[in-house]
Design a protein around this ligand. Structure first.
Ligand SMILES: [Zn+2]
Length: 444
């Protein structure tokens, strides 16, 4: 022991005698601190009710641990289902959901094998048989318009990206990470969800049939489960914990879904932030600030990089903002203070990235706020015809109109050289019966 002491001091001298703590710049709010009420809440509740409390075959998953897995990496599935359920329980505190989770955890604990493991593989074949790996192969394609590509990103990959970005956000406090989360949440994530809430698509296509029934997985208790329909709800369950966060300087508003949050100020007093908005239908957002008592601290609001012409006012007074940063408002906050934010919802036209196949170069897409638009075969037989968008300085003057179909969340008249066409938000297109979409539109 004595011989080791000099080594210890040497090590301590090198590291400066201080244990190196990692400090989060932003921290998630405690449980029960945020309650959505707007756009995203319907997706969350739909998933909780019809997936996590609905069709998930918990006992069927556990049975595979008692016997043996029927297909590769089936053991991942129980964990994914329980993880999204736990994340949702943090958000809802729903006793029924908690009971379901407790029951299945207790059930799983009874499946221990003779070597102490809990596994879908018999002891002689652990860890996962020859050639097995934890994550299997995932698919990320950058060549979005390459006509040779038939397969796009898995929901698993999108949700993993979202989780990665949320960790970067905590560590770095970088609003760019939220821009990435927002883009995935409002497009790929909810765009992969079944209209009835009872599952997620395996991969998302941008052109063609957006969603697909089939993927890696199989039937458990007559429910078709895949890695992706188990991971999709986890992406949803993360959103409340990203939407509003806290920091040493004060609360941070990241996502502009309607809802109420309760946050502790730097002096440990309670403050309510009530966000009223129909975002992302419009970019008009009002935040009512109600602290327990007047106190000086910062409230930070994310100004998305895409919002080039933003108006921010505090109690009617204009505050200057820079796109792609947090607007930091440092002042004495009192009950009744009001923040008004008007984000730039002009529709942007973007050119397709240049891939390895030049046949994919001549495409364009439209994005309004965080929402990607698409042409929908359900309502438009010319959905895949080339068009020439009429744009000025990179913006297309789209006109909101009442959606023609029940499932459509947003619909717009879009000016082209050949007259107006209809486009809708990518996410709400129903491709589950085989109808196609066109997100990257061929330039005429
Ligand atoms: Zn997957």
């Amino acid at each position: 022991m004595i011989k080791l002491i000099p080594f210890f001091f040497t090590f301590a001298a090198i590291t400066g005698c201080q244990p190196a703590y990692i400090q989060d710049q932003l921290t998630p709010l405690p449980l029960n601190s945020i309650h959505f009420s707007g756009f995203l809440e319907s997706y969350l509740q739909n998933s909780i009710k019809n997936w996590n409390k609905g069709v998930v075959p918990y006992s069927g998953f556990v049975l595979k641990f008692r016997t043996v897995r029927e297909f590769f990496a089936q053991g991942e599935m129980w964990g994914k289902a329980v993880r999204s359920g736990c994340m949702f329980y943090r958000y809802t505190q729903d006793p029924e959901l908690k009971k379901i989770l407790e029951t299945t955890v207790n059930d799983l604990l009874t499946t221990r094998r003779e070597n102490g493991s809990i596994s879908c593989s018999v002891v002689s074949q652990q860890p996962d048989g020859p050639g097995g790996d934890l994550w299997e192969r995932k698919y990320v394609l950058l060549e979005q318009t390459n006509p040779d590509m038939r397969r796009m990103m898995e929901t698993c990959v999108g949700v993993t990206w979202l989780k990665f970005c949320s960790q970067i956000l905590r560590l770095q406090g970088d609003p760019f990470a939220v821009d990435m989360i927002e883009k995935y949440a409002y497009n790929g994530l909810i765009g992969a969800m079944k209209p009835a809430g009872d599952g997620f698509s395996y991969v998302n296509l941008l052109n063609g049939v957006k969603t697909n029934q089939e993927g890696w997985g199989g039937y458990v208790d007559s429910v078709y489960v895949t890695c992706c329909n188990l991971n999709g709800p986890m992406g949803l369950a993360y959103l409340p914990f990203v939407a509003v966060m806290n920091s040493k300087q004060g609360p941070v508003i990241n996502l502009y879904n309607a809802g109420v949050s309760n946050v502790l100020t730097p002096d440990n007093h309670s403050i309510n932030l009530n966000i009223v908005t129909d975002y992302p239908l419009s970019g008009a957002i009002i935040v009512s600030v109600a602290p327990q008592q007047p106190e000086k601290f910062s409230i930070r609001l994310r100004i998305p990089a895409w919002s080039q012409a933003t108006i921010l006012k505090v109690n009617g007074e204009v505050v200057k903002v820079v796109p792609g940063t947090y607007a930091e408002i440092y002042r004495v906050w009192s009950s009744g203070d009001k923040i008004e934010l008007m984000l730039d919802m002009r529709c942007r036209v973007i050119n397709a990235p240049q891939g390895s196949n030049s046949a994919g170069d001549n495409y364009q897409a439209l994005i309004r706020g965080p929402v990607v638009l698409a042409r929908d075969e359900n309502m438009d037989s010319d959905y895949n015809k080339p068009v020439a968008f009429i744009s000025k300085d990179g913006y297309v003057d789209v006109i909101p109109e009442f959606p023609a179909q029940q499932h459509t969340k947003m619909q717009f008249l879009v000016p082209t050289a050949g007259g107006y066409i209809h486009m809708v938000d990518y996410a709400s297109v129903d491709s589950w019966k085989g109808k196609q979409i066109c997100t990257w539109v061929l330039k005429k």
